[in-house]
Design a protein around this ligand. Structure first.
Ligand code: UD1
Length: 359
Protein backbone atom coordinates (compact mmCIF):
# COMPACT_ATOMS: atom_id res chain seq x y z
CA UNK A 1 0.00 0.00 0.00
CA UNK A 2 1.27 3.46 -0.88
CA UNK A 3 2.20 5.83 1.93
CA UNK A 4 0.87 8.72 -0.17
CA UNK A 5 1.62 10.76 -3.26
CA UNK A 6 4.63 13.07 -3.12
CA UNK A 7 5.40 15.83 -5.60
CA UNK A 8 9.09 16.13 -6.41
CA UNK A 9 10.16 19.29 -8.25
CA UNK A 10 13.55 19.32 -9.95
CA UNK A 11 13.13 15.57 -9.91
CA UNK A 12 15.63 14.79 -12.68
CA UNK A 13 18.43 16.75 -11.02
CA UNK A 14 21.31 15.45 -8.95
CA UNK A 15 19.72 15.35 -5.49
CA UNK A 16 16.19 15.08 -6.91
CA UNK A 17 16.89 11.85 -8.78
CA UNK A 18 18.45 10.16 -5.74
CA UNK A 19 15.56 11.30 -3.55
CA UNK A 20 13.06 9.96 -6.09
CA UNK A 21 14.58 6.49 -5.75
CA UNK A 22 14.62 6.59 -1.93
CA UNK A 23 11.04 7.88 -1.64
CA UNK A 24 9.72 5.12 -3.92
CA UNK A 25 11.73 2.48 -2.09
CA UNK A 26 10.25 3.76 1.18
CA UNK A 27 6.72 3.18 -0.17
CA UNK A 28 5.66 6.59 -1.50
CA UNK A 29 4.15 7.29 -4.93
CA UNK A 30 6.21 9.99 -6.59
CA UNK A 31 5.14 12.51 -9.21
CA UNK A 32 8.32 13.99 -10.62
CA UNK A 33 8.27 17.47 -12.14
CA UNK A 34 11.08 18.87 -14.24
CA UNK A 35 11.54 21.14 -17.25
CA UNK A 36 14.98 19.66 -18.07
CA UNK A 37 16.55 23.11 -18.02
CA UNK A 38 19.59 21.72 -16.23
CA UNK A 39 19.03 17.95 -16.36
CA UNK A 40 18.82 15.14 -18.88
CA UNK A 41 15.67 13.33 -20.00
CA UNK A 42 17.24 9.89 -19.86
CA UNK A 43 17.55 10.21 -16.07
CA UNK A 44 13.86 9.31 -15.88
CA UNK A 45 14.39 5.96 -17.58
CA UNK A 46 17.39 5.29 -15.35
CA UNK A 47 15.32 5.89 -12.21
CA UNK A 48 12.74 3.45 -13.60
CA UNK A 49 15.52 0.93 -14.17
CA UNK A 50 16.74 1.18 -10.57
CA UNK A 51 13.18 0.82 -9.27
CA UNK A 52 12.21 -1.90 -11.74
CA UNK A 53 8.99 -0.11 -12.70
CA UNK A 54 7.87 2.88 -14.77
CA UNK A 55 7.84 6.25 -13.02
CA UNK A 56 5.53 9.27 -13.34
CA UNK A 57 7.04 12.44 -14.79
CA UNK A 58 5.11 15.62 -15.52
CA UNK A 59 7.08 18.03 -17.67
CA UNK A 60 6.41 21.52 -16.32
CA UNK A 61 8.15 24.74 -15.38
CA UNK A 62 7.49 25.54 -11.72
CA UNK A 63 8.01 29.24 -12.36
CA UNK A 64 5.09 29.19 -14.84
CA UNK A 65 1.94 29.10 -12.71
CA UNK A 66 -0.29 27.86 -15.55
CA UNK A 67 1.90 24.92 -16.46
CA UNK A 68 2.63 24.04 -12.81
CA UNK A 69 -1.03 24.17 -11.74
CA UNK A 70 -1.94 21.55 -14.39
CA UNK A 71 0.15 19.04 -12.41
CA UNK A 72 -2.09 19.63 -9.40
CA UNK A 73 -5.24 19.30 -11.52
CA UNK A 74 -3.99 15.90 -12.64
CA UNK A 75 -2.86 14.86 -9.15
CA UNK A 76 -5.26 16.35 -6.57
CA UNK A 77 -4.20 13.69 -4.02
CA UNK A 78 -0.72 15.07 -3.30
CA UNK A 79 0.09 14.91 0.43
CA UNK A 80 3.57 16.43 0.38
CA UNK A 81 6.16 18.10 -1.83
CA UNK A 82 9.94 18.10 -1.93
CA UNK A 83 11.07 21.25 -3.69
CA UNK A 84 14.43 21.05 -5.47
CA UNK A 85 13.66 23.01 -8.64
CA UNK A 86 16.03 25.99 -8.62
CA UNK A 87 19.08 27.48 -10.28
CA UNK A 88 22.17 26.65 -8.25
CA UNK A 89 25.39 28.01 -9.76
CA UNK A 90 26.94 30.53 -7.40
CA UNK A 91 29.12 32.29 -10.01
CA UNK A 92 26.33 32.51 -12.58
CA UNK A 93 24.01 33.98 -9.96
CA UNK A 94 26.39 36.92 -9.54
CA UNK A 95 26.27 37.55 -13.32
CA UNK A 96 22.51 37.03 -13.65
CA UNK A 97 20.91 37.95 -10.32
CA UNK A 98 17.51 38.72 -11.83
CA UNK A 99 17.27 35.30 -13.48
CA UNK A 100 18.09 33.67 -10.15
CA UNK A 101 15.62 35.68 -8.09
CA UNK A 102 12.91 35.36 -10.73
CA UNK A 103 13.23 31.60 -11.14
CA UNK A 104 14.00 30.55 -7.57
CA UNK A 105 11.52 32.83 -5.84
CA UNK A 106 8.67 32.57 -8.36
CA UNK A 107 8.84 28.76 -8.35
CA UNK A 108 8.64 28.76 -4.58
CA UNK A 109 5.72 31.21 -4.46
CA UNK A 110 3.86 29.08 -7.00
CA UNK A 111 4.58 25.91 -5.04
CA UNK A 112 3.36 27.34 -1.72
CA UNK A 113 0.20 28.72 -3.36
CA UNK A 114 -0.60 25.47 -5.14
CA UNK A 115 0.19 23.23 -2.16
CA UNK A 116 -1.98 25.42 0.05
CA UNK A 117 -4.92 25.65 -2.37
CA UNK A 118 -4.81 22.53 -4.55
CA UNK A 119 -3.19 19.64 -2.71
CA UNK A 120 -4.75 17.21 -0.27
CA UNK A 121 -2.24 18.19 2.41
CA UNK A 122 0.21 21.10 2.38
CA UNK A 123 3.49 19.56 3.60
CA UNK A 124 6.65 20.98 2.04
CA UNK A 125 10.26 19.88 2.35
CA UNK A 126 12.52 22.65 1.08
CA UNK A 127 16.00 22.26 -0.33
CA UNK A 128 18.10 24.85 1.50
CA UNK A 129 21.85 25.15 1.96
CA UNK A 130 24.54 25.75 4.56
CA UNK A 131 25.31 28.82 2.45
CA UNK A 132 22.67 30.61 4.61
CA UNK A 133 25.25 30.69 7.46
CA UNK A 134 27.87 32.55 5.38
CA UNK A 135 31.33 32.22 6.98
CA UNK A 136 30.52 31.16 10.53
CA UNK A 137 32.59 32.52 13.42
CA UNK A 138 35.00 29.90 14.79
CA UNK A 139 33.08 29.60 18.06
CA UNK A 140 30.02 28.44 16.09
CA UNK A 141 31.79 25.44 14.52
CA UNK A 142 30.44 22.83 14.13
CA UNK A 143 27.48 24.87 13.07
CA UNK A 144 24.04 24.25 14.58
CA UNK A 145 20.68 25.45 13.30
CA UNK A 146 20.46 28.32 15.77
CA UNK A 147 23.76 29.90 14.65
CA UNK A 148 23.36 33.43 13.28
CA UNK A 149 22.66 33.71 9.57
CA UNK A 150 25.29 35.93 8.01
CA UNK A 151 24.92 37.94 4.86
CA UNK A 152 25.19 35.48 1.99
CA UNK A 153 27.90 36.13 -0.58
CA UNK A 154 25.84 35.51 -3.74
CA UNK A 155 22.35 36.00 -5.16
CA UNK A 156 22.06 32.18 -5.14
CA UNK A 157 22.74 32.11 -1.39
CA UNK A 158 20.44 35.05 -0.79
CA UNK A 159 17.67 33.33 -2.74
CA UNK A 160 17.93 30.46 -0.23
CA UNK A 161 17.82 32.89 2.71
CA UNK A 162 14.81 34.66 1.17
CA UNK A 163 13.09 31.35 0.48
CA UNK A 164 13.39 30.37 4.14
CA UNK A 165 11.87 33.75 5.13
CA UNK A 166 9.02 33.33 2.66
CA UNK A 167 8.31 29.83 3.93
CA UNK A 168 8.39 30.75 7.62
CA UNK A 169 6.13 33.77 7.05
CA UNK A 170 3.73 31.50 5.13
CA UNK A 171 3.69 28.94 7.95
CA UNK A 172 2.68 31.68 10.38
CA UNK A 173 -0.11 32.90 8.10
CA UNK A 174 -1.54 29.61 6.79
CA UNK A 175 -2.39 26.95 9.40
CA UNK A 176 -2.67 24.23 6.78
CA UNK A 177 1.02 24.57 5.87
CA UNK A 178 3.85 22.53 7.42
CA UNK A 179 7.43 23.02 6.28
CA UNK A 180 10.79 21.43 6.83
CA UNK A 181 13.83 23.35 5.52
CA UNK A 182 16.87 21.13 5.03
CA UNK A 183 20.23 22.88 4.99
CA UNK A 184 22.63 20.72 2.99
CA UNK A 185 26.36 20.84 3.41
CA UNK A 186 28.35 19.51 0.39
CA UNK A 187 26.55 16.64 -1.38
CA UNK A 188 28.85 14.27 -3.28
CA UNK A 189 28.93 10.76 -4.75
CA UNK A 190 26.50 8.76 -6.84
CA UNK A 191 23.98 5.94 -6.55
CA UNK A 192 25.64 2.51 -6.02
CA UNK A 193 24.02 1.30 -9.27
CA UNK A 194 26.06 3.96 -11.13
CA UNK A 195 22.89 4.67 -13.14
CA UNK A 196 22.41 8.17 -11.71
CA UNK A 197 24.84 10.77 -10.40
CA UNK A 198 25.94 14.37 -10.83
CA UNK A 199 25.93 15.64 -14.42
CA UNK A 200 27.68 19.01 -14.53
CA UNK A 201 27.42 20.88 -17.82
CA UNK A 202 30.69 22.36 -19.08
CA UNK A 203 33.65 22.74 -16.73
CA UNK A 204 32.63 21.57 -13.25
CA UNK A 205 32.71 24.27 -10.57
CA UNK A 206 32.38 21.88 -7.64
CA UNK A 207 35.27 19.91 -6.24
CA UNK A 208 34.30 16.25 -6.64
CA UNK A 209 33.13 16.37 -10.29
CA UNK A 210 36.38 18.17 -11.10
CA UNK A 211 38.33 15.50 -9.22
CA UNK A 212 36.66 12.62 -11.07
CA UNK A 213 37.01 14.31 -14.46
CA UNK A 214 40.70 14.89 -13.75
CA UNK A 215 41.16 11.27 -12.71
CA UNK A 216 39.46 10.26 -15.98
CA UNK A 217 41.92 12.41 -17.97
CA UNK A 218 39.27 14.90 -19.14
CA UNK A 219 41.02 17.65 -17.18
CA UNK A 220 44.76 18.13 -17.00
CA UNK A 221 45.03 18.64 -13.28
CA UNK A 222 43.00 19.80 -10.32
CA UNK A 223 43.62 23.28 -8.93
CA UNK A 224 43.45 23.27 -5.15
CA UNK A 225 42.17 26.76 -4.43
CA UNK A 226 44.41 28.03 -1.64
CA UNK A 227 46.76 26.36 0.86
CA UNK A 228 47.21 29.42 3.06
CA UNK A 229 43.95 29.33 4.98
CA UNK A 230 43.95 29.20 8.75
CA UNK A 231 43.30 25.41 8.81
CA UNK A 232 45.61 22.51 9.76
CA UNK A 233 46.85 21.87 6.18
CA UNK A 234 46.00 25.33 4.81
CA UNK A 235 43.20 24.18 2.45
CA UNK A 236 39.48 24.86 2.99
CA UNK A 237 37.36 22.57 5.12
CA UNK A 238 33.88 21.33 4.19
CA UNK A 239 31.40 18.71 5.34
CA UNK A 240 31.00 16.30 2.39
CA UNK A 241 27.81 14.28 2.62
CA UNK A 242 26.89 11.26 0.52
CA UNK A 243 23.99 12.10 -1.80
CA UNK A 244 22.20 8.81 -0.97
CA UNK A 245 22.41 9.57 2.77
CA UNK A 246 21.10 13.04 1.95
CA UNK A 247 18.23 11.60 -0.10
CA UNK A 248 17.27 9.37 2.83
CA UNK A 249 16.98 12.44 5.07
CA UNK A 250 14.25 13.73 2.72
CA UNK A 251 12.31 10.51 3.26
CA UNK A 252 12.60 11.02 7.03
CA UNK A 253 11.44 14.63 6.69
CA UNK A 254 8.44 13.59 4.57
CA UNK A 255 7.67 10.76 7.03
CA UNK A 256 7.65 13.34 9.82
CA UNK A 257 5.41 15.87 8.08
CA UNK A 258 3.03 13.39 6.47
CA UNK A 259 2.94 11.12 9.53
CA UNK A 260 1.93 13.90 11.91
CA UNK A 261 -1.83 14.03 11.72
CA UNK A 262 -2.23 16.81 14.25
CA UNK A 263 -0.33 19.98 14.85
CA UNK A 264 1.43 20.06 18.19
CA UNK A 265 2.47 23.61 19.05
CA UNK A 266 5.90 23.61 20.63
CA UNK A 267 4.74 25.91 23.41
CA UNK A 268 0.98 25.67 23.90
CA UNK A 269 0.90 28.66 26.22
CA UNK A 270 2.36 31.01 23.64
CA UNK A 271 0.36 32.39 20.76
CA UNK A 272 2.31 32.00 17.53
CA UNK A 273 4.23 35.21 17.07
CA UNK A 274 5.20 36.78 13.81
CA UNK A 275 8.92 36.61 14.55
CA UNK A 276 9.12 32.97 15.59
CA UNK A 277 7.63 30.49 13.13
CA UNK A 278 8.95 27.58 15.23
CA UNK A 279 6.30 28.36 17.83
CA UNK A 280 3.63 27.24 15.38
CA UNK A 281 4.95 23.66 15.62
CA UNK A 282 4.77 23.55 11.81
CA UNK A 283 8.22 24.89 10.93
CA UNK A 284 11.38 22.82 11.18
CA UNK A 285 14.99 23.41 10.16
CA UNK A 286 17.66 20.72 10.00
CA UNK A 287 21.32 20.70 9.06
CA UNK A 288 22.24 17.76 6.89
CA UNK A 289 25.91 16.95 7.14
CA UNK A 290 28.15 14.29 8.59
CA UNK A 291 29.51 16.37 11.48
CA UNK A 292 33.06 15.87 10.16
CA UNK A 293 35.08 18.51 8.38
CA UNK A 294 37.42 17.39 5.60
CA UNK A 295 40.02 19.59 3.91
CA UNK A 296 40.43 19.77 0.13
CA UNK A 297 43.83 18.09 0.41
CA UNK A 298 42.43 15.33 2.63
CA UNK A 299 39.70 14.70 0.07
CA UNK A 300 42.20 14.59 -2.80
CA UNK A 301 44.41 12.08 -0.94
CA UNK A 302 41.36 10.12 0.20
CA UNK A 303 40.21 9.84 -3.42
CA UNK A 304 43.56 8.42 -4.57
CA UNK A 305 43.61 5.95 -1.69
CA UNK A 306 39.99 4.82 -2.17
CA UNK A 307 40.25 4.36 -5.95
CA UNK A 308 43.95 3.67 -6.53
CA UNK A 309 43.84 6.27 -9.30
CA UNK A 310 46.45 9.01 -9.49
CA UNK A 311 45.13 12.55 -9.32
CA UNK A 312 47.44 15.29 -10.59
CA UNK A 313 46.91 18.50 -8.63
CA UNK A 314 48.50 21.89 -8.11
CA UNK A 315 48.10 24.54 -5.48
CA UNK A 316 46.38 27.56 -7.02
CA UNK A 317 45.35 30.97 -5.64
CA UNK A 318 42.28 31.21 -3.43
CA UNK A 319 38.93 31.26 -5.22
CA UNK A 320 37.05 34.50 -4.64
CA UNK A 321 34.09 34.18 -2.29
CA UNK A 322 35.17 30.84 -0.80
CA UNK A 323 34.43 30.21 2.83
CA UNK A 324 37.42 29.04 4.89
CA UNK A 325 35.76 26.31 6.87
CA UNK A 326 32.29 25.06 7.64
CA UNK A 327 30.95 21.79 8.91
CA UNK A 328 27.69 20.71 10.46
CA UNK A 329 26.44 19.86 13.86
CA UNK A 330 23.87 17.29 12.67
CA UNK A 331 22.60 16.27 16.13
CA UNK A 332 19.18 17.86 15.72
CA UNK A 333 18.42 15.81 12.60
CA UNK A 334 19.62 12.68 14.36
CA UNK A 335 17.43 13.34 17.40
CA UNK A 336 14.27 14.52 15.66
CA UNK A 337 14.38 12.73 12.30
CA UNK A 338 16.23 9.61 13.43
CA UNK A 339 18.68 10.18 10.58
CA UNK A 340 22.43 10.02 10.38
CA UNK A 341 24.89 10.19 7.46
CA UNK A 342 27.00 7.11 8.03
CA UNK A 343 28.45 6.01 4.67
CA UNK A 344 32.27 5.96 4.92
CA UNK A 345 33.97 8.62 2.80
CA UNK A 346 36.08 6.03 0.90
CA UNK A 347 32.89 4.33 -0.28
CA UNK A 348 31.38 7.69 -1.24
CA UNK A 349 34.44 8.67 -3.28
CA UNK A 350 34.46 5.26 -4.99
CA UNK A 351 30.79 5.74 -5.93
CA UNK A 352 31.68 9.09 -7.55
CA UNK A 353 34.49 7.41 -9.50
CA UNK A 354 32.31 4.46 -10.58
CA UNK A 355 29.75 6.94 -11.91
CA UNK A 356 32.41 8.97 -13.75
CA UNK A 357 33.61 5.80 -15.49
CA UNK A 358 30.15 5.34 -17.06
CA UNK A 359 30.13 8.82 -18.63
C1 UD1 B 1 29.41 25.90 -3.27
C2 UD1 B 1 28.54 27.02 -2.79
C3 UD1 B 1 27.32 26.50 -2.10
C4 UD1 B 1 26.57 25.56 -2.98
C5 UD1 B 1 27.50 24.43 -3.41
C6 UD1 B 1 26.79 23.55 -4.40
C7 UD1 B 1 29.96 28.95 -2.31
C8 UD1 B 1 30.49 29.84 -1.25
N1 UD1 B 1 29.25 27.91 -1.90
O1 UD1 B 1 29.95 25.29 -2.13
O2 UD1 B 1 26.49 27.56 -1.75
O3 UD1 B 1 25.48 25.05 -2.29
O4 UD1 B 1 28.65 24.98 -4.04
O5 UD1 B 1 27.37 22.30 -4.39
O6 UD1 B 1 30.18 29.15 -3.46
N2 UD1 B 1 37.78 23.51 -4.82
C9 UD1 B 1 39.08 23.39 -5.31
N3 UD1 B 1 39.24 23.19 -6.65
C10 UD1 B 1 38.17 23.08 -7.51
C11 UD1 B 1 36.86 23.20 -7.00
C12 UD1 B 1 36.72 23.43 -5.64
O7 UD1 B 1 40.06 23.49 -4.56
O8 UD1 B 1 38.39 22.90 -8.72
C13 UD1 B 1 37.60 23.72 -3.37
C14 UD1 B 1 36.89 25.00 -3.03
O9 UD1 B 1 37.80 26.05 -2.88
C15 UD1 B 1 36.22 24.62 -1.72
C16 UD1 B 1 35.96 23.12 -1.85
O10 UD1 B 1 36.80 22.68 -2.90
O11 UD1 B 1 37.10 24.83 -0.66
C17 UD1 B 1 34.52 22.80 -2.18
O12 UD1 B 1 34.13 23.57 -3.29
P1 UD1 B 1 32.72 23.36 -4.04
O13 UD1 B 1 32.55 21.94 -4.36
O14 UD1 B 1 32.66 24.35 -5.15
O15 UD1 B 1 31.65 23.69 -2.93
P2 UD1 B 1 31.47 24.98 -2.00
O16 UD1 B 1 32.26 26.12 -2.50
O17 UD1 B 1 31.69 24.57 -0.60
Amino acid sequence: MSKGKILLTGAAGYIGSHTWVELCQAGYDVVGVDNFYNSERDVIGRIGKILGKPVTLEEADCSDFGSFSKVFEKHPDIVGAVHFAAYKAVGESIEKPLDYYKNNITSLLNLITLMKDKSLRANIVFSSSCTVYGQPDKEHLPIAEDAPLKRSLSPYGKSKQMAEEILSDSVIAYPELKVCALRYFNPIGAHPSALIGELPRGVPQNLVPFVTQTAAGIRDHLNVFGDDYNTPDGSCIRDYIYVVDLAKAHVKAIDKLVGETEVHPVDQTDEPTYVDAAKTGRWYIYNLGTGRGLSVLELVKGFMKATGVNLPYQIAPRRQGDIEQVWADPKKAEKELGWKADTPIEEVLRSAWNWQKTL
